[in-house]
Design a protein around this ligand. Sequence first.
Ligand SMILES: [Zn+2]
Length: 341
Amino acid sequence: MSVTLIHNPASIDFDLPGAHHYQLAFPLDGTWGYSIVPLTVINGLRSGQPPGVAVFGGTHGNEYEGQIAVKRLCGDLDAAAMSGRVILMPQLSESACRAGQRISPEDGVNMNRAFPGSPRGALSYRIAHFVKTLVFPQVKIVVDLHAGGHEANFPLCTSLHPVADPSQYAEMIAAASLFDPPFVYVYSRQMASGLLTDEAEDEGKIAIGGEFGFGGGASPRGILHAYEGVRNLLKKYGLLEGAITPIDPARGSPPRIIAAPDLRDYVPCPRDCIWEPVLQPGEDVRAGDLIGRLHDFDDHTSPAVEIRAHKDGVIAALYFGAVCRKGLTLFVVAEDITDRI
Ligand SMILES: [Zn+2]
């Protein structure tokens, strides 16, 4: 496939029929050169005007399932069999991806805190500004594929924020369910700001994310759900033909919808320690159940500090590493709201 190097992202013709592959050259801040960010635009050759879809991987550089799934889609989606427009960016924070790090080593910025971006900001802010001003206007559906990295261990899930508009919220839940994960996780918007999906949902778009692995690995199951989930989404909105397919037929049940919209359910580590979780993410807990233990090796005879669930629910995230610092989020308990949707 031929790839066109673009120095002026504003010059891309997003209406060009067929599949077009680009490398966007964003000037670096600290040296004479570029972060070369991959982008594919596919305009289907079949008739029809379905809503546009944008899919991002590599917003965090050490989360690989999304990068791999989106890269595969760049090569696999056939414009001749499609209607409408898909925009694919497999390594949004390209400098972070090449470094295998969560945040960009070029500017020290977390791409998922850089939105809405700035045309004159550091590298990550300029890439975010490109997405906000040139990609978002092309699409109605925005998908940002993540994994836990070294932050947290999540159950395989797609995710969204609670939004005030009931029809937008219902459509986001439905879109997230097309990835057929065991869980659809409605998570707090209070933890941080500047997320890619914050910006998209504030524009009224159907904005979803997901956690498809953890620990800097490349989970085959996570990649399958990310890849086939996007294809299901394209079918649902009429860009691809064909029936929506179950991705995990062995499970035999729809995703459970779990919600932790309040930061009180994001429990910080009370001290520097070695963290010993005793549960798996996705397990049900009752208030008072043991979730894990904190160890202090300054005195190996000291008793472990037991960490217990503060409420009934589902473990929506567990801190990933053994070495934990005071203040990092140790676990999240979410409520099962499947029956309330
Ligand atoms: Zn992430």
